[in-house]
Ligand binder design. Sequence first.
Ligand code: PLP
Length: 385
Amino acid sequence: MKRRIYYFDNNATTRVAPEVVAAMSPFLTEFWGNPSSSYFFGHQLARHLEEARASVAALINADPREIVFTSCGTESNNSAIQSALTAHPKKRHILTTAVEHASNFKFCEHLATQGYAVTFLPVDSEGALDLRLLEKSIRADTALVSVMWANNETGVIFPIEEIAAICRNKDVLCHTDPVQAPGKLKMDVKKLGVDFLSLSAHKLHAPKGVGALYVKRRVKYQPYVMGGGQERGRRGGTENVAGIVAFGRAAELAMANLRDEPKRIRALRDRLENGILRLIPGSSRNGAKEPRLPNTTNIAFEGLEAEGILLLLDQAGICASSGSACTTGSLDPSHVLTAMSCSAARARGSIRLSLGMYNTDAEVAYLLKQLPGIIERLRGNEIGG
Ligand code: PLP
């Protein structure tokens, strides 16, 4: 029997919207050609790719020519960093933060083993950056400043517009990773002033396996994945047509939802967060209350391990996580919480709940009903042995 699930892990991935399934389906069943083919059955698809490109561009107020489709947010992040280094070979320093997603920091750690210099800027206990330190850390050989917009574990938002302005003053390229932002924050690359920006379709109700990199016009771009001349020579590989069409449709939905949905999600998240903090002794939030994504909360439960909480939540049909899905299973405490000076014990006892457009009041009520008992049970077990 199919078990009812209560999905509170929308920062890991999101349910594909029925509208998106409807838009992409014909490209799996009927129009499955290769857009680079010379005959009509194939090359007719190019138009659909361009329509999707226009929709994704509109989501961030970019020009469609500034959008390069990739396979995921990870590839977009890797590509931006790689391009900045290889297009400016004399510049061998990357300035990033200690709380980036693994797709940034693991790649930067790898680059550090290859002779590049990498600075991981610290954050304070609320998860905030010191912009004066950021400015001071830019060096003559800095190829790129790469800072995420919204943290996937805590939801904490960095002031990207100010960071991009600092970079412009210092004549350094600026990349941001707002993979968690679409449909939650208004995104405008012209206002932000960044040179590169990463997106991932599966965070906005499209399928996995498709992403995009915004590359500002006139910024030198060195392709990361090379092969055929797809994406105007900027990303080799036969296009994931159905995925890209889905991404375009999801971008339209995210834009349409932007007016009311963030307010609704914020109210739900706040009800959930306030309820947990009120009902469960020894619970406290990780990270600043604001500015923060409207859908994310990260909560520490004193004296407990997240693993046990997540197991019992799972038994109640509730999906949540202890941090990034990409690092789940790792025994190390979250690098994000550790960078915020959380003790290892606190970090290990923290869970992330991230809401999405399909969460309802009733689901929040269900979670609020289940969680106090789960925590009590675990604490009772701990004391009673
Ligand atoms: N950046 C952030 C902030 C993310 O949360 C994620 C995924 O969790 C990624 C990048 C990577 O995206 P993808 O799963 O498409 O590779």
